[in-house]
Design a protein around this ligand. Structure first.
Ligand code: ZN
Ligand code: ZN
Length: 371
């Protein structure tokens, strides 16, 4: 006769918990539903019986003392407990413990709302009132799902357990399987008079306005989470979360590069040569800008602190303005004569290859190409 401890693969000093774990592991491996072989079925019997004995403190004590225990001596007792043990470990249908009805009350789903911002909103952050369409608690029944003054009644079919049991005779004795009750959908109760307002759902759809401050620095695709502002659950279950998904529309003038803003500044050829001061309209309002004499096409003028405040930070990025020197395309005879005269006097070198220069415009071009 096999030793019960050996059968379970545990030591004689094993704790009840270790015994339980060993049994659970072996039962999963050897259970006839999983492992149909005759060998496995024999071992399963032994394992189950060993567990029967060793999981009971009194029986284990007697066994340890060499008392009159025989693995199959118990007859009906030896296998009578099998279904119960199996139920205890593996539960009824759907991983649910047999005999426990499920609750109507569940957590509500998360809700997603899309919000479109322009670049200025991103730079400064913005306050928005957003209409949200979600399930809210039914005020008539306050989530009970019943007409006021009535309540759920115990299901006649499953007597409140939410489960119906089916007994299957097998080689190993009776196997009881549980399935959710069809009549009450596993709730254990039925609602004879559903609330008319919510049709017995405990919640109704409603439009409400959520007002919130969207922080500076957000970008397209970012989701802001508002915990507990999503759908209320069935039968008044807790709310899911609300997510706001941000889309930032492209700006005509400015584009974003990390925390910086980029823009292009058209400068006439005489201004580029002689230098000038000008006022540009930034997202913060007018900013004075000095263009030094001899500025080159592709030079970048940096205006500190007029970029974007990062989402997690306070230090604003910069506004970077790339110089674009505008070459005149139409000259009258007098202008042409002046330029020709200028060319003669300056003795400018002929066009020639020069060191590769990756300016702001190359960067901007890449960005447009990738977007
Ligand atoms: Zn209701
Ligand atoms: Zn039922």
């Amino acid at each position: 006769m096999a030793d019960h401890y050996e059968v379970l693969g545990v030591s004689r000093e094993a704790t009840p918990d270790e015994i339980k774990k060993a049994y659970r592991r072996l039962a999963r491996e050897l259970h006839p539903d999983v492992n149909p072989g005759a060998d496995a079925s024999e071992r399963f019997k032994l394992v189950t019986h060993a567990y029967d004995v060793l999981s009971d403190a009194e029986q284990r004590r007697r066994y340890d003392m060499g008392g009159g225990d025989s693995p199959f001596g118990g007859g009906a007792q030896g296998f009578g407990g099998f279904s119960d043990i199996f139920e205890t470990f593996f539960g009824g249908g759907g991983g649910q413990r047999a005999g426990r009805p499920r609750s109507r009350r569940e957590r509500g789903q998360d809700a997603l709302v899309r919000v479109t911002l322009d670049l200025k909103d991103v730079v400064f952050g913005v306050h928005r009132e957003i209409d949200v369409d979600t399930a809210v608690l039914c005020e008539t029944c306050e989530g009970s799902c019943c007409q006021p003054g009535t309540s759920p009644v115990t299901c006649d079919i499953c007597h409140g357990s939410g489960q119906v049991q089916r007994t299957v005779r097998s080689l190993l004795g009776n196997v009881v399987t549980s399935q959710p009750c069809n009549v009450c959908q596993g709730y254990g109760t039925t609602i004879p008079y559903p609330c008319g307002t919510c049709q017995g759902q405990g919640r109704v759809r409603s439009r409400r306005t959520v007002s919130l401050d969207i922080p500076a620095g957000v970008e397209t695709g970012l989701r802001l989470q508002l915990p507990g502002s999503g759908e209320v659950g069935p039968a008044g279950g807790p709310n899911g979360d609300l997510y706001l998904e941000v889309t930032v529309t492209a700006h005509d003038i400015f584009s974003r590069d990390g925390d910086d803003l980029l823009a292009t500044l058209d400068v006439s050829m005489p201004d580029a040569i002689l230098g000038t001061t000008t006022t540009i309209e930034s997202l913060d309002g007018p900013v004075d800008l000095e263009i030094r004499a001899g500025v080159q096409a592709g030079d970048v003028l940096t205006i500190k602190g007029r970029g974007i405040t990062p989402l997690r930070g306070t230090q604003r990025g910069d506004l970077k303005v790339g110089v674009h020197v505008v070459t005149p395309t139409r000259l009258d005879a007098k202008e042409r004569a002046l330029i020709e005269d200028f060319a003669k006097k300056t003795k400018a070198p002929a066009p020639h290859l020069a060191e590769f220069h990756q300016g702001l415009f190359a960067k901007l071009r890449d960005r447009f190409r990738n977007s």
